[in-house]
Design a protein around this ligand. Structure first.
Ligand SMILES: [Zn+2]
Length: 241
């Protein structure tokens, strides 16, 4: 029974580690809602920021164009003085007038751009406030969760060391076989055999095997589910002894 006792210990340690692992996996789900809200707000903010930057760019561009055209008018006016012929003079005046008219249209465009720019600026500030609100909460929760994940990692690490220590008392090939059964049988790899049946799969165990289990300190497996089985006296048998 010595080996079986060690296997039972091993199973217990592996089960604890598996439970902790499962609990740890669930933790990030606790913030999934907050995370998606944060991502949504972040995307909205980024879109507002992009819109604002585009308008800022357009505004600068428009202001620059107007400035350039104004300079052009000023330069043309200065040139008027040195013009000798009437024909050239009127041509120049016409050109100045044309530039001025274009600039009036540009200034109107600039005005409507400014309205949109200011709206976008306001929207950006609102989106930023929304984002800050959620990201603050999200950050706090993340810190908390990281701490809890760290605790789980520590505990799992301790169990892992314990598992290696228990396993070192057994033949490595038995440990490998046991771990394989543990995975396939969902964490239940060593079970009692009672009343000629396996308590893992509830199938009958042939009397010959059952007798061996009672007598031998050897590892036997259930022919049906392959779990390691060990003899366990029923209450009636135990009372009779
Ligand atoms: Zn079985």
């Amino acid at each position: 029974m010595e080996q079986v006792k060690i296997l039972i210990d091993l199973q217990e340690v592996m089960c604890q580690a598996r439970r902790l692992e499962e609990e740890k996996q669930k933790i990030p789900l606790e913030v999934a809602d907050l995370k998606s809200l944060f991502e949504e707000r972040e995307a909205t903010f980024l879109a507002a920021e992009q819109e604002f930057e585009t308008l800022k760019q357009q505004r600068r561009e428009k202001e620059r164009e107007i400035e350039e055209e104004r300079d052009k008018v000023e330069r043309a006016k200065a040139k008027l003085m040195s013009i000798k012929t009437n024909k050239e003079y009127y041509a120049m005046l016409k050109e100045i007038e044309g530039t001025r008219r274009t600039n009036v249209a540009r200034e109107e465009e600039l005005l409507s751009l400014l309205v949109r720019y200011e709206e976008a600026e306001k929207r950006l500030a609102e989106r930023k406030a929304d984002l800050d609100e959620v990201s603050g909460k999200y950050r706090e929760r993340r810190v908390d969760i990281d701490a809890r994940m760290g605790t789980y990692d520590d505990d799992i690490g301790k169990l892992d060391a314990r598992r290696r220590q228990v396993a070192s008392k057994l033949d490595p090939s038995l440990v490998r076989r046991f771990e394989m059964i543990f995975e396939r049988r969902d964490g239940l790899a060593v079970v009692a055999a009672r009343n000629y049946s396996c308590t893992g799969c509830h199938m009958n165990i042939a009397p010959q095997l059952f007798n061996l289990l009672q007598r031998e300190d050897r590892i036997h497996t259930c022919p049906n589910c392959n779990r390691v089985v060990y003899y366990e006296a029923t209450e009636i048998e135990a009372a009779g002894e």
